[in-house]
Design a protein around this ligand. Structure first.
Ligand SMILES: O=P(O)(O)OC[C@H]1O[C@H](O[C@H]2O[C@H](CO)[C@@H](O)[C@H](O)[C@H]2O)[C@H](O)[C@@H](O)[C@@H]1O
Length: 298
C-alpha cells in the first residue's frame, strides 16, 4: 500500500505531485512535528506584472491557517518582500514572518496575548531587524531615490523601496533597455558611501546591505525557535527563485521543494504555484495526519 491512502490524492488533483507526496508522507510518519516554510511570490502567489497586485492563490490562506492551528506544526513565510507588505498580503496572521530576505523577522504573539484578544485576531510581536540592515536603511533609501531618477526615461522600470533593501523591477522594460537598468543600479550603489550588494531575482535587481544573512539564515533562525530541541521535526521549504536556494541548502534532513526551477539544490521540483497550492493543501490536511502519534494514520 502507498504510504498514504487514495483519499490523499483526491485532495490535490495533481498527479505530478504523487512522488513528492509519497516522499513527504514517509518522512512525516517518522517525524514528531512539522515545520512548514514557504516563500511568497512565484510560490504561493503567481508572478504578475505589477508587484503591488500579487496575491496568494485562492485557498492558500485557508491551508496556512489550518497548518497554523494544528498541533505540532509551525508555519513560517520567508520572502524578499518587506515584512509589513508580506504580512498584509499573505492572508494569515499568527505565523512567523521573515521579510526582506530574513533581515526582518517576526514571531507571532504568545498564546496569552492571543487569548487576550479573544483568540480572533492574533497580534504579532515586534519586528526584529538585523542591526547592519538598520544601519544601512538611509543609504538604501538614497540609492532607491537615485535609481528612480536615473530610470526616469526608461518605460516600465519600477523601484520598490523596502527600507532595508530595495528592488528594481524590469519586468515591464524592453529587453534592449535592461542593460541600462543594470547600469543605473550599479552606478547608484557605487556612488553611495555604504557597504551594499546587488543581487538578482525574477526580472529584478535588489540592493541589500552587504551582510552575511539570507533566507538560509532565516530558516536556521526559525528552526532554532520553533523546533523543540529533543524532537525530530520535518522541515519543508517551498520556493521558486534563486534566493530560495540559500534556504534549500540549510535544510539538512528536511525537504526542499522548488517551484518551476530548472537548476536547484531542492529535493523535488513542482511545476507552478498551482502545484504549490495543491501541495500546501495536502500538507495541511492528509499530509500532517501522517505525523507520529497524530492518531490518524499512525
Ligand atoms: O522571496 P519572494 O517572496 O519570492 O519575493 C521576491 C520578490 O518578489 C516580488 O517580485 C517578484 O514578484 C512580482 C509580482 O509577481 C514580479 O512582478 C517580479 O518580477 C518578481 O521578481 C517583490 O516585488 C520583491 O520585492 C521581492 O523581493
Amino acid at each position: 500500500m502507498a504510504p498514504h491512502d487514495a483519499d490523499d490524492r483526491s485532495a490535490t488533483d495533481h498527479p505530478v505531485l504523487d512522488p513528492v507526496l509519497d516522499d513527504l508522507a514517509e518522512r512525516l510518519a517518522r517525524a514528531d512535528g512539522l515545520l512548514f516554510l514557504s516563500d511568497f511570490d512565484g510560490t504561493l502567489a503567481p508572478i504578475v506584472e505589477d508587484p503591488a497586485a500579487a496575491a496568494p492563490l485562492d485557498g492558500v490562506p485557508e491551508s496556512l491557517r489550518e497548518l497554523r492551528d494544528a498541533d505540532r506544526v509551525a508555519v513560517g513565510l520567508v520572502s524578499g518582500r518587506a515584512l509589513a507588505d508580506l504580512r498584509e498580503r499573505a492572508g494569515v496572521s499568527g505565523v512567523h514572518f521573515a521579510g526582506n530576505h530574513g533581515l526582518e523577522l517576526q514571531e507571532p504573539a504568545d498564546a496569552d496575548a492571543s487569548a487576550a484578544s479573544g483568540g480572533e485576531e492574533r497580534p504579532d510581536a515586534d519586528v526584529e531587524i538585523h542591526p547592519a540592515a538598520e544601519s544601512a536603511a538611509d543609504a538604501i533609501g538614497s540609492v532607491a531615490d537615485d535609481v528612480a531618477s536615473r530610470l526616469d526615461e526608461i518605460d516600465g522600470a519600477r523601484v520598490e523601496d523596502k527600507r532595508v533593501t530595495a528592488t528594481v523591477h524590469y519586468r515591464g522594460v524592453d529587453d534592449d533597455a535592461v542593460p541600462a537598468v543594470e547600469r543605473a543600479v550599479s552606478e547608484a550603489v557605487d556612488d553611495v558611501d555604504a557597504e551594499l550588494r546587488i543581487t538578482s531575482g525574477k526580472k529584478i535587481f535588489e540592493i541589500r546591505p552587504d551582510v552575511d544573512w539570507d533566507k538560509g539564515a532565516a530558516v536556521e533562525w526559525l528552526r532554532d525557535r520553533l523546533v523543540p530541541k529533543s524532537e525530530n521535526w520535518l522541515a519543508i521549504y517551498v520556493g521558486d527563485d534563486v534566493t530560495d536556494e540559500d534556504a534549500f541548502r540549510t535544510l539538512e534532513e528536511g525537504r526542499g521543494i522548488a517551484v518551476g526551477r530548472e537548476e536547484t539544490e531542492a529535493d523535488h521540483v513542482i511545476p507552478d504555484p498551482e502545484a504549490a497550492r495543491a501541495l500546501t493543501r495536502w500538507v495541511a490536511g492528509a499530509g500532517r495526519r501522517h505525523l507520529v502519534g497524530d492518531g490518524g494514520e499512525n
